[in-house]
Design a protein around this ligand. Structure first.
Ligand code: ZN
Length: 459
């Protein structure tokens, strides 16, 4: 009987507003030419000393740890983690993990999974083994490492949890989503056997694949009577497999020592309190609250809360407009328009006034849903006053039965063949007629109403 135990060490780039590295003033810039954002500190010139850590990175990591329910330590210590590799000019990495570890946060819990620790470290440079060239631009970028307890029991659970984690961290703009996350994955399939670590897996999809492959591989080994050695493996993306790298190293191999060039960071209760007070409601809590308070479906709540701005727009709208209508329009119409334009809500100037005005017109049947869709499309490009726009462009719905009946009769006259098809039983001919009137009114009539009128006229 296999009993899977899986834990993750997740690494992400911390999003700092000042776009400055952890121990020097060099810029954090994506797509910069190689070795343009560098200085003696981040290239570890002899005699160089780190500056005090970027305060924004320290504050962000405290916020991350708090969002994940961790206890915060008040005395934080950087250590030197020694290893010899071309991407590490100093010969050591400055990290809060290791033998003298005092992580920023520990003993947390997030959606049922224990959080062992959350800590801060610097990124090494980028080494290209094929050319031997090293790019120091990212040397010294602030990184967060989140270590979970081995509480995951399946790859599906990992996928769902990681997605929620990223949404949650995005609520506080804590990590650079574009840069993606990497994870080291620990997997054992029975308490009787050692765990295997797979290093540096670089996407959700590959993390899931790694776990699935390791379960398959370890089961096979055991069935063949072999034992599972504690080891470190790498993921082979091309084949979807893992390959042996080395037997597991221990902390002693890294010769950790406390970093003598950096003081211990002392946090006060008041500083932690201030950060805690600024934290938003967590998305999982918000989903539950929206379902109870606004009676929206779980799937709608899930989508609405997938982005903090979207959730705030929903809540402001739901206070004025039927929440079910607001949820439906956010989930299907607004997201359709944003996806089509490859934009996020924050890239547009759509605000709650636009949305409330628009949906109120729909709710009061002053405009048709088709018209509202078109207005929303225009709003994504450039904001304007919705009510004035409707007046100015004469977009008000045509709902006078008389007026609509006249248009329907015209359509019947013009399309005798379609009408006779309909009378012979071809029901879809009705959609064609409705389409004709919709076109003639530029979408200002309700298709439902037109269908009723045609059905009556053609009886
Ligand atoms: Zn620098």
């Amino acid at each position: 009987m296999i009993k899977i135990k899986c834990g993750l060490e997740i690494h992400g780039y911390i999003n700092v507003e000042n776009k400055t590295k952890l121990f020097c003033n060099c810029a954090i810039e994506e797509d910069a030419r190689p070795n343009t954002n560098i200085c003696p500190i981040c290239t570890a010139m002899p005699g160089s000393k780190p500056m005090l850590p970027n305060k924004q990175a320290v504050d962000k990591i405290i916020a991350i740890a708090l969002m994940l329910g961790c206890k915060i330590n008040k005395r934080l210590l950087f250590q030197r983690k020694h290893y010899s590799w071309p991407d590490l000019p100093a010969g050591f990495q400055k990290t809060m993990s290791g033998s003298y570890s005092v992580p920023v946060g520990e003993n947390g819990k997030f959606l049922g999974i224990g959080i062992e620790e959350v800590h801060l470290e610097e990124d090494p440079a980028k080494w290209d083994p094929l050319t031997g060239q090293v790019d120091y631009n990212r040397s010294g970028f602030p990184l967060v490492e989140i270590v979970t307890k081995p509480d995951f029991k399946s790859s599906g659970q990992v996928r769902k949890w990681l997605k929620s984690l990223i949404t949650t961290l995005d609520y506080i703009k804590a990590i650079d989503k574009n840069a993606g996350v990497k994870a080291d994955t620990n997997i054992s399939i029975s308490p009787k056997f050692n765990r295997v670590e797979v290093k540096n897996v670089n996407s959700f999809k590959n993390i899931v694949k790694t776990i699935e492959y390791e379960i398959f591989r370890q089961e096979k080994e055991i069935n063949e009577g072999k034992t599972i050695k504690q080891q470190t493996r790498a993921f082979n993306e091309k084949h979807g497999t893992t390959v042996f790298m080395r037997l597991k190293e221990t902390a002693a191999d890294y010769m950790f020592i406390p970093e003598p060039d950096l003081p211990v960071i002392k946090l006060t209760e008041n500083e932690i309190k201030k950060i805690r007070e600024r934290l938003p409601e967590r998305p999982d809590e918000k989903i539950k609250r929206f379902m109870v308070k606004y009676k929206i479906k779980k799937e709608d709540a899930f989508v609405v809360c997938s982005d903090i701005l979207l959730s705030e727009l929903f809540e402001k709208t739901a206070k004025k407009i039927n929440p079910l209508l607001a949820a439906r329009w956010l989930r299907f119409e607004l997201l359709r328009v944003l996806n089509y334009n490859k934009k996020e809500l924050s890239d547009t100037e759509i605000n709650e006034k636009h949305f409330i005005d628009l949906l109120r017109l729909v709710e009061d049947k002053k405009i048709t849903e088709t018209t509202a869709q078109k207005i929303l499309e225009s709003l994504a490009e450039k904001p304007f006053d919705v009510n004035e726009y409707v007046k100015e462009h004469k977009l008000g719905a045509i709902s006078g039965v008389k007026e609509l009946e006249k248009l329907c009769k015209d359509a019947i006259k013009q399309h005798e063949k379609v009408v006779s098809d309909y009378k012979k039983g071809r029901k879809e001919a009705l959609n064609f007629l409705v389409g004709q009137v919709m076109r003639a009114t530029k979408g200002k009539a309700s298709p439902k109403e037109l269908k009723e009128i045609f059905t009556k006229l053609l009886r």
